[in-house]
Design a protein around this ligand. Sequence first.
Ligand code: TXA
Ligand code: MG
Length: 297
Amino acid sequence: MRQGKLVAFPTETVYGLGADATNDKAVAGIYALKGRPTFNPLIAHVTGPDMAGRYVEVTPLAQKLMDAFWPGPLTLVLKRRKDCPVSLLASAGLETLAVRCPKNKVAQDLIATADLPIVAPSANTSGQISPTTADHVKNDFGDRCPFVLDDGPCPVGVESTILLATQNPPVLLRYGGLAIEEIETVIGPVIRPNSDPTTPQSPGQMKSHYAPKTPLRMNATSADEGEALLGFGPAPEAVLNLSPRGDLTEAAANLFAMMHQLDNGRWKGIAVMPIPLRGLGYAINDRLKRASYKKDE
Ligand code: TXA
Ligand code: MG
């Protein structure tokens, strides 16, 4: 990593494709490997609030959020410090930088041992389903990413929740692995610019994202001919079930792995049963909406 090479590593949310955040060439390598439009900024991963404070201006609100939820699936967008050594390419030219402290020992050890802030998007080709196992990463990148640290499946399974915390109250930029209700119990109301969880807010968040090759539709009550039913709650006819007992945390953890499994070319479509809009249900519906978006629609 110190030599500017890319290393895929586990986090509690999804596998990340990591690079030295202070090395422009290494950061550019991420965009190249992912085939990602360069206007989409990256998250810098750190070992904790102290390390974050070297790169961004930690507001009192941000400090409170870090104290409550780090390490964990919460990313904070804050103002870059004047002396911030993180590549401007990683911020895509913005005056802000997203920072996150992952709750995974391998990730923590990697950042601490490299002694570098590590920028890491999800370790998948742009537009593809996010990887929740090391095999997902290897199947996608193959020899193009020779370094993959394997720590088994990711327990959370959807990406981190993102808050713009330069202002108080903060603005929700992405629904994710930390439920917004949980955040609000600590800091009060968070601004949700649009109550529709399917509307993209982060710069560069494209409508079609997390897309399996097989067409996917939401809120299905049953499967049509040739379709695989992806269940939630009791559903004996489901090919796979995100959570037979209707648990949203379990469903989030299974989401990307099950989408990968059903996207095997054997099915004409993937029909997903309704997921309730509460807790992690917001993040799950957001990812499903993107996965079901068709460019010609
Ligand atoms: O759980 C996660 O967050 C995973 C793991 C690997 O940590 N990472 C991840 O990164 O999901 P990525 O690159 O797939 O998504 C980062 C999101 C993008 O939608 C981007 O627009 C937003 O964060 N973002 C990054 N920096 C930002 C900034 N300065 N202002 C606003 N949004 C930002
Ligand atoms: Mg991603």
